[in-house]
Design a binder for this molecule. Structure first.
Ligand code: ADP
Length: 303
């Protein structure tokens, strides 16, 4: 099985002509709510793309948004039996403004996502997990503790170091078997922005020295580079798609990578499967809704 520990937010999106400035009251053309949070997006992706059971471990508040989040997750067939309700807390939300040129400005209130105790979730949630997936929208101490528990249960631990946090990066990366930073996260961790495949591959090798067995540098529309302790380094060309919205590309990539590794795909096949999932996510608007199906990913990989 696969266990995902992470955040779940209610995304509240308004479409405006221009992003609001101080003191301005603007009128929006539309308002939409949707399922969000990197943890939830990756849980949707893994659930849709994996051949094995997927557990999503996350926290919601004691409010009506919690019912909506639970219902939205269930509508996407995500197993909600490991969602915990934090008494007295509010559910995580994201307030999103999107302007006419698709620029956005986002405010996230972590709420229940940020009240995990330092020891993280119960070790039981990682029992039987072949792969466990983490991001950084949960408290750092709880996340490190959860990664340790996953490793002790025998899982391959994947860390998507997003959004990048100020301190603790070394300790987090040292606990991971696999890390999957994008370009800006790679720059924040290593001090160098990867320009091309060769530079990204060199930086992936540098990331390996921090502890993991595999480092994948995601390069958006340019594909990815990787370095593995046992299987050398290289890159994967991007799959050609008509991108309209890059939200959830990385989340689909990570869910796809977890799914592929859990079913025993080889390193290169797993990276291709994940890259195809990321590419297809950019062809649709939204977060959870943008995750492709397994059949679509397999068709794109087959070419
Ligand atoms: P993040 O969303 O974390 O910033 P990326 O944008 O790098 O992640 O996307 C993750 C992966 O998805 C990339 O490494 C690439 O393989 C694939 N991908 C993303 N955008 C595109 C695109 N426009 N065309 C083809 N593949 C893409």
């Amino acid at each position: 099985s696969i266990t995902i520990f992470g955040s779940v937010n209610l995304d509240m999106t308004v479409s405006v002509q221009h992003l609001p400035v101080a003191g301005e009251t603007s009128h929006a053309g539309s308002f939409q709510t949707g399922l969000g949070g990197k943890g939830a997006n990756q849980a949707v992706a893994a659930t849709r793309l994996a051949t094995c059971p997927v557990k999503f471990v996350a926290a919601v508040g004691e409010d009506s948004f919690a019912d909506k989040l639970r219902a939205d997750l269930e509508a996407m067939t995500v197993d909600t039996s490991h969602l915990v309700t934090i008494n007295g807390a509010e559910s995580g939300i994201a307030l999103i403004h999107v302007d006419e040129s698709s620029q956005n400005s986002i405010t996230v209130v972590g709420g229940a996502n940020m009240v995990w105790p330092d020891e993280g979730p119960d070790a039981d949630v990682f029992k039987g997990a072949k792969v466990a997936l983490f991001q950084l929208e949960t408290p750092l101490d709880a996340t490190i503790a959860a990664m340790r528990k996953a490793k002790a249960a025998g899982a391959t631990v994947i860390l998507d170091p997003a959004p990048i946090s100020e301190g603790h990066m070394d300790a987090l990366i040292a606990q991971a078997d696999i890390i999957t930073p994008n370009e800006t996260e790679t720059a924040a961790i290593t001090g160098t922005m990867p320009g091309n495949f060769l530079e990204a591959e060199t930086l992936a090798k540098r990331l390996l020295a921090m502890g993991p067995k595999l480092a994948v540098v995601k390069l958006g529309a340019k594909g990815l580079a990787y370095a593995s302790r046992e299987e050398g380094s290289g890159h994967i060309d991007p799959y050609y798609v008509k991108a309209i919205d890059t939200v959830a590309a990385g989340d689909s990539f990570n869910g796809g990578l977890a799914a592929a590794l859990a079913e025993g795909k080889s390193l290169l096949d797993a990276l291709k499967f994940a890259a195809a999932a990321g590419a297809l996510a950019t062809t649709r608007r939204g977060a959870g809704e943008a995750v492709p199906s397994r059949a679509e990913v397999e068709a794109l990989v087959a070419g």
